[in-house]
Design a protein. Structure first.
Length: 148
């Protein structure tokens, strides 16, 4: 059996899980590391909507919310027939470790290797920005943003 296309990323963040969780679920904090506009309703069935680059709008619904420990939400892009809104799944686990938090991200349900590679590149970029921001730093302007 062929293993499904999955993006897996881990990042160590020098902040407690509660701080990292806030940067994933509070729209004002989220916008400090990703996106130009956001509406996030972190409860089961709640909306996940982020204008990531000023032109690319991600949309989905929260499936699981375990405060300070875990998020799972459907995910996709408005106007993208290969990865439409809600067509893939993002799971984020926050594990407390000495000196901070280990964030484990799994993005599954992507349709092909090209989309998998593109999303892996995007997650690497944005998790790096989250790592800086959640630890109290300033990641600077987002090189992926077309409008700020």
């Amino acid at each position: 059996m062929v293993e499904p296309l999955v993006v897996r990323r881990e990042v160590q963040i020098a902040a407690p899980p509660a701080t990292v969780f806030a940067f994933l679920t509070d729209q004002d904090k989220l916008l400090r590391w990703m996106g130009t506009e956001a509406t996030v309703e972190p409860q089961t069935g709640g909306l996940y909507l982020v204008n990531v680059t000023g032109k690319s709008i991600a949309r989905g619904k929260f499936i699981e919310v375990v405060p300070v420990h875990r998020l799972a939400y459907s995910f996709g892009w408005e106007g993208n027939p290969k990865v439409p809104p809600g067509s893939s799944l993002i799971e984020i686990d926050l594990l407390e470790e000495k000196g901070g938090t280990l964030l484990r991200l799994t993005h599954s349900g992507l349709p092909d290797a090209e989309e998998c590679a593109g999303h892996e590149e995007g997650w690497t970029h944005y998790l790096g920005r989250l790592e800086i921001t959640a630890a109290g730093g300033d990641p600077g302007p987002d090189s992926n943003c077309k409008a700020r």
